[in-house]
Design a protein around this ligand. Structure first.
Ligand code: DGL
Length: 274
């Protein structure tokens, strides 16, 4: 049974294109794995939606991925990880992994001053998921949260290091800078693209925790533990599905993934798999 599963793909999903930052890290560390990616481009952003809506959307995507016989589901979206991971993990018999815990773990190990900044979408920050997880490990750590909603459109526009992004970053990061935090969790798929400007504002000494690379390591560990690593020595196949605008996804996706995307397939999952 396990042997059959080893060749099956890893399912990754996000509200849109941002989760490709996670796919990029996953492919680096697990180059022979096949990956099926679903970007919910018809309903992005999740960061401004209610918990009920994010759970419903996530369940539909998980149904779609399970139909494609994925061996593990990686929730690349921070908002969906914060709001829907518990619900979806109850519904499926494969491992489900979100981005929150891995980021928290890395931040706790990195912070010497025990002061951690967390930035994310409004929904992620409002959920308190990062802060709760940090306090679960160590309640003496001071957490400074700040929602940075404009970072998402800036990254999608490719404005990752210009005057506009700098002005916005200075404003958003003020409280974290003044707090003396030595570590900041980039709690959103899009933020790794803005690393340069964040460093400029917070200074080179700040430790930026990129959940994408942390969670990729976690997936590798789980596949090893479960004996689910694909034994093939061929480069893994990546398949991309979206709920809208495949051409736009392809164009933006190449920037996020830093490689050519050949095909993107549009599928309608709304109201299905419920
Ligand atoms: N993928 C989302 C996240 O990581 C950002 C975009 C959105 O709001 O949907 O939180």
């Amino acid at each position: 049974m396990k042997k059959e599963l080893q060749n099956n793909p890893i399912g990754v999903f996000d509200s849109g294109v941002g989760g490709l930052t996670v796919v990029k890290e996953l492919a680096k560390i697990l180059p022979n794995e096949n990956i099926i990616y679903f970007g919910d481009t018809a309903r992005v952003p999740y960061g401004t939606k209610s918990k009920d809506a994010v759970i419903r959307f996530s369940n539909e995507i998980v149904g779609f991925l399970m139909d494609r016989k994925v061996k593990l589901i990686l929730v690349a979206c921070n908002t969906a990880s914060a709001m829907a991971l518990n619900e979806i993990s109850k519904k499926v018999d494969v491992k489900t992994v979100g981005v929150i815990e891995s980021g928290v773990f890395a931040a706790i190990s990195a912070s010497k001053r025990k002061k951690i900044g967390v930035i994310g979408t409004e929904a992620t920050i409002k959920s308190g998921a990062y802060e709760k997880n940090i306090k679960r490990f160590d309640k003496n750590i001071k957490v400074i949260n700040h929602a940075c909603p404009l970072f998402v459109p800036l990254a999608e526009e490719g404005w990752i290091n210009n005057q506009a992004s700098k002005i916005i970053a200075v404003e958003y990061l003020k409280s974290i800078k003044n707090s003396g935090a030595d570590t900041v969790i980039l709690g959103c798929t899009h933020y790794p693209l803005l690393k340069k400007v964040i460093y400029e504002v917070l200074g080179r000494k700040i430790k930026l925790i990129d959940s994408a690379s942390e969670v990729a390591k976690k997936v590798k560990n789980i596949l090893e533990e479960e004996n689910l690593i694909n034994p093939s020595n061929k480069k893994g196949r990546k398949e991309f599905f979206v709920s809208d605008a495949p051409q736009k996804f392809k164009k933006l996706g190449e920037m996020f993934l830093n490689e050519k995307i050949v095909t993107v397939t549009k599928v309608n999952i709304e109201g299905k798999y419920v």
